[in-house]
Structures are given as structure tokens and as C-alpha cells.
Design a protein around this ligand. Structure first.
Ligand code: DQA
Length: 152
């Protein structure tokens, strides 16, 4: 099983960006921990961050061709601010038809009203938010569990 993790804008600043809200872990630490968890689960995992909407769309399109010579079976996505605005990312995820889990470090429903709406959530296998960096590991285990259940 091969998975792709996508991080949207400003997540490259994790660790220094509003730590009271997003925690002290850096993106490098989060990615390293996800790769460790993936190895324990026996799945392959690639990570990609961009501040650019088009670059995220391109990476989703590329996922349809595979990662590391393997088809991509699932995507974990924290689209950050694009969650609330991007029809293009929604369309790309629908176009490639790869199952995905949406996640957020913060509880977006307990924040500004414009963060309550997600353009991805209704198409996601599931949504996880509010657990800080642990949202990523919870999302990874949930995604692997769902994908494995589909193979049974
Ligand atoms: C976020 C929540 C978004 O509303 C915000 O724009 C982000 C981060 C989160 O992980 O909590 O950049 O996706």
C-alpha cells in the first residue's frame, strides 16, 4: 500500500507559527513521525508541502500515475486555508478518485466561522481535527484501516 501526505500553505512554518494553536512540532518532525508510523504499519508514504494551490493540484494529478513506482492507494490532506476555498483541490481529488482523509491540527469548528466550511469534507472518507500533531497519526491509522477493510 502506498500513501501520499499533502500539506497546504503555511504548514511549512509549523513549530514557529502560532504555537498556542498549532503546537511546537515542526513539519519535518511530523513527516518523520508519519514515515516511522507507516513503516510500522507496513505501508509506503511520501510527503509533500506547498504554499501554492496549483502545485498541490499538480501533485494530486501526479498521484494518479503513482509514487515510487507504486499506485497511490490513499491520500492524507491538510489543505490548510485552501480547505475553505479551493474548488480546484476538490476537483483534483475527485478527478483522480483516490480515497482521502481530511485533517487539521486545530479544531476548525471552534474557530472563525469561515473555517467551519470545508470544500473537501463531504468527499472525504473521514475528517479528523483538533488533536494537534496527533491528528496526522490518527488520520494515518484511520486511512490504513479503511483501505485494508476495502481489500478484505
Ligand atoms: C489548519 C486549519 C485551517 O483553517 C488553517 O487555515 C490552517 C491550518 C489546521 O491544521 O488546523 O492553515 O488546516
Amino acid at each position: 500500500m502506498q500513501l501520499l501526505v499533502l500539506h497546504g500553505p503555511n504548514l511549512n512554518l509549523l513549530g514557529q507559527r502560532e504555537p498556542g494553536l498549532y503546537g511546537s512540532s515542526t513539519l519535518v518532525e511530523i513527516d518523520a513521525s508519519l514515515v516511522r508510523q507507516a513503516t510500522e504499519l507496513g505501508v509506503g508514504l511520501a510527503c509533500f508541502q506547498s504554499n501554492d494551490e496549483g502545485a498541490l493540484v499538480e501533485r494530486i494529478q501526479l498521484a494518479a500515475q503513482g509514487e515510487a513506482g507504486q499506485p497511490v492507494d490513499g491520500i492524507l490532506i491538510n489543505a490548510a486555508a485552501y480547505t475553505h476555498t479551493s474548488v480546484a483541490i476538490r476537483d483534483a481529488l475527485l478527478a483522480v478518485a483516490i480515497p482521502f482523509v481530511e485533517l487539521h491540527l486545530s479544531n476548525t469548528h471552534a474557530r472563525d466561522s469561515f473555517r467551519h466550511r470545508s470544500l473537501l469534507a463531504d468527499k472525504a472518507l473521514g475528517v479528523i481535527c483538533g488533536f494537534g500533531a496527533s491528528s496526522y497519526s490518527l488520520a494515518l491509522s484511520g486511512l490504513v484501516q479503511q483501505l485494508r477493510a476495502r481489500l478484505e
